[in-house]
Design a protein around this ligand. Structure first.
Ligand SMILES: Nc1ncnc2c1ncn2[C@@H]1O[C@H](COP(=O)(O)OP(=O)(O)O)[C@@H](O)[C@H]1O
Ligand SMILES: [Mg+2]
Length: 663
């Protein structure tokens, strides 16, 4: 492919190829068509010319035959014989006049047996001249009727008729392309003549009757041919056909016209034709420039009685008439071809558009897609390969779009997930730190509790025994009772410490969190503490169970609820929510209050054992730390969120068990 084609658009290329193929086809057909039209028309013209020349020859020969016949009849009839015997010149004249009229002869004469003229119609007094050297007459003198074309000199013509010599005289007009000549005029005349012997009663030759028809300036033959062949045929007021008789190379009788409209007598034939026809004596066909115009011409030699070429018979067809027909045909052909070309170019334009339009649309859509617009689609109209391509292209864009959406979504959730995991990680870190701290604290507490527990037991037993021994009215009795009370308090604390530090495995059972919360509340809500507390419960009905120790969990809930009520100073709203977190499969319990809230400085320490903000005797600081320990043992987590002056939310999450699975 030519490199520059590749820089063009597909459509331009297709159209170019169409145009190229059509143009080439059109050019070749036009060329061949014109060639065929040209050769056919010109062949036709040439064969017509040839045919016309045959007709011209026939007319010429017929005229000659006519002359010959009437001379023969005249010579062989009795009248001339008798008048010669009787020397009745008047009767002879009448008879000869009759023959001349019938045959339209220019001259008619009688010779004696030696060829001397004894009577001539045109000049009865001029006689005695010898015409025996004229070949036709000499043939007649030998007893044969003869006829043909002859050239008669001015002298012979003058003898026959002065006027004939004048008619024969033709001034030679200088003609381009003709053979150079010194002659300025032609005095001889070309004649169609015939001669017949006149025999006496004894069969002996009395003389010869001869007559002729001068062709110089006589247009009878040429006009008859013209009449016969071309009558009426004209091209722009110009005769289409022309006929000419040449004496040697000179036009002596013609209907070719000069520019002035006169007959072109006196002009000469081109040397080329003269060489072919006059010298070689052959028929010649060509395109020839005659006087003013080009003619399709055919020439034929005219021979005299002895067979010598003495002139030419010519027929020509005006070439313009044929070329104009040819041009018209070719022109129409070209117009039709051009119209067809444009129609087909138009159609190919439409066809290529139907092909390239979806393609260029596809290109534009691809470009938009490249810039990130995945909402565009190609409008599919056709069901062909391009339609299918567009369809699968649309599908591709759709799945691309879906994939991108998924990718974007994934990126978003990834961010969220990272955030969540980070938070979880931080929470776990906290829990870990907390647990470690609590674990070491627990060990220490356990040790202390153990050491204190025995002496406390001793104190309690001994002081109780002493109290029993004391009388009712003993003044020490009250003090001892106080000792026992405080000791019991100590024992409670130590018990709590031991509970916190024991870290022992509790029971393992299915615990229904909602039920557990309700029973916890019913245990404590009757207390005076709760009189001004509004309790709101949002429990999820299908909450899964958790696996663990119910009484331990109850203790957790109790500690948190009591803290909350204490923080609200016995007036406020306590909200308890439960729900299932399907993502982590956890049961979530939220216990919120509208209490004082926890300042940021201490929020990290509230789970520590013995951390309390309450008055001595009111709080031990063990409640949350025990709760924390229990939840951790249940593989759960406990967190707190709080705002000073607004309240606190304690959130407990414990792994759920799918009961259905167990069944
Ligand atoms: N709901 C609450 N609102 C405000 N502060 C609370 C709440 N729960 C616990 N706290 C704080 O945490 C401390 C520790 O609580 P806890 O371990 O139960 O011990 P105690 O209740 O004996 O003080 C409390 O003294 C209190 O300052
Ligand atoms: Mg408490």
């Amino acid at each position: 492919m030519i490199p520059f084609l590749q820089t063009l658009s597909l459509r331009a290329r297709l159209i170019l190829i169409y145009v190229f193929i059509l143009g080439m086809g059109g050019l070749i057909t036009s060329f061949i068509g014109s060639l065929i039209v040209n050769t056919t028309l010109m062949d036709q013209a040439r064969s017509k010319v040839s045919h016309d020349l045959n007709i011209a020859r026939m007319v010429y020969e017929k005229q000659l035959k006519l002359i010959q016949n009437s001379i023969y009849i005249g010579a062989s009839g009795n009248t001339i014989q008798q008048t010669l015997y009787a020397n009745d010149r008047n009767r002879l004249l009448t008879r000869l006049e009759q023959i001349r009229r019938d045959t339209n002869l220019d001259f008619i004469s009688v010779t004696d047996k030696d060829g001397r003229v004894i009577f001539r119609i045109t000049a009865p007094d001029r006689q005695g001249d010898d015409v025996s050297r004229i070949p036709i007459i000499s043939a007649a003198l030998n007893g044969k009727t003869a006829g043909g074309t002859e050239i008669l000199t001015k002298a012979i013509l003058q003898n026959e008729d002065e006027q004939l010599a004048e008619q024969a005289l033709i001034k030679i007009i200088d003609t381009p392309k003709a053979k150079p000549t010194n002659k300025t005029e032609e005095t001889s005349g070309m004649v169609l003549m015939a001669a017949a012997p006149i025999f006496g009663e004894d069969g002996k030759l009395l003389g010869v009757l001869y007559g002729g028809h001068l062709l110089n300036r006589n247009f009878m033959i040429v006009d008859r041919v013209w009449d016969l062949v071309y009558k009426g045929e004209k091209y722009h007021d110009q005769d289409i056909g022309t006929v000419t008789i040449f004496l040697d190379d000179l036009r002596i009788s013609t209907n070719v016209k000069t520019k002035k409209g006169e007959r072109a007598i006196g002009t000469r034939i081109s040397s080329e034709v003269a060489d072919a026809v006059l010298t070689k004596g052959v028929r010649w066909t060509s395109r020839a420039f005659v006087v003013n115009d080009w003619y399709i011409s055919e020439y034929e030699p005219i021979q005299n009685f002895n067979g010598k070429t003495i002139g030419i018979l010519y027929v020509g067809l005006l070439e313009k008439a044929y070329t104009s027909i040819r041009n018209k045909v070719i022109f129409t052909f070209m117009i039709v071809a051009t119209l067809g070309f444009f129609i087909i170019v138009g159609i190919s334009y439409l066809i290529t558009r139907s092909i390239t339009k979806p393609l260029s649309e596809m290109v534009s859509v691809t470009q938009s897609i490249a810039t990130g617009d995945l909402d565009r689609r190609i409008v599919v109209k056709s069901k062909d390969e391009i339609g299918q391509l567009a369809l699968s292209f649309n599908k591709m864009v759709a799945s691309l779009r879906k994939m991108r959406a998924e990718l974007e979504n994934w990126a978003n959730t990834l961010e969220q997930k990272v955030k969540e995991r980070t938070e979880e990680l931080a929470a776990m870190q906290n829990t870990l730190v907390q647990s470690q701290r609590l674990a070491s604290l627990g060990k220490m507490a356990a040790g202390i509790a153990h050491e204190i527990n025995n002496p406390l037991g001793g104190i309690l037993v001994l002081s109780s025994l002493v109290l029993e021994d004391l009388k009712e009215e003993d003044p020490h009795r009250e003090n001892l009772q106080e000792v026992i009370k405080q000791t019991m308090r100590c024992r409670d604390i130590v018990k709590g410490l031991l509970q916190f530090s024991r870290q022992e495995e509790g029971k393992t059972e299915y615990v229904k969190v909602n039920t557990m919360l309700n029973s916890t509340l019913s245990l404590i809500e009757k207390q005076a503490l709760f009189h001004n507390i509004e309790i709101i419960k949002n429990f999820e009905s299908n909450l899964p169970d958790v696996l663990g120790d119910g009484s331990q969990l109850q203790q957790v809930f109790m500690n948190i609820i009591l803290n909350a009520v204490q923080a609200m100073k016995e007036i406020g709203v306590l909200t308890i929510n439960t729900c299932h977190d399907p993502k982590n499969d956890m049961v979530v319990i939220e216990i919120a209050d509208t209490g004082t809230g926890i300042p940021d400085e201490i929020i990290d320490r509230i789970f520590d054992p013995f951390f309390t903000t309450k008055e001595v005797g009111e709080g031990t600081g063990l409640g949350l730390s025990i709760a924390y320990g229990i939840i951790t043992k249940h593989r759960g987590r406990m967190t707190v969120k709080s705002k000073v002056g607004q309240g606190s939310v304690f959130t407990i999450k414990i792994p759920a068990v799918e009961i259905l699975k167990e069944i």
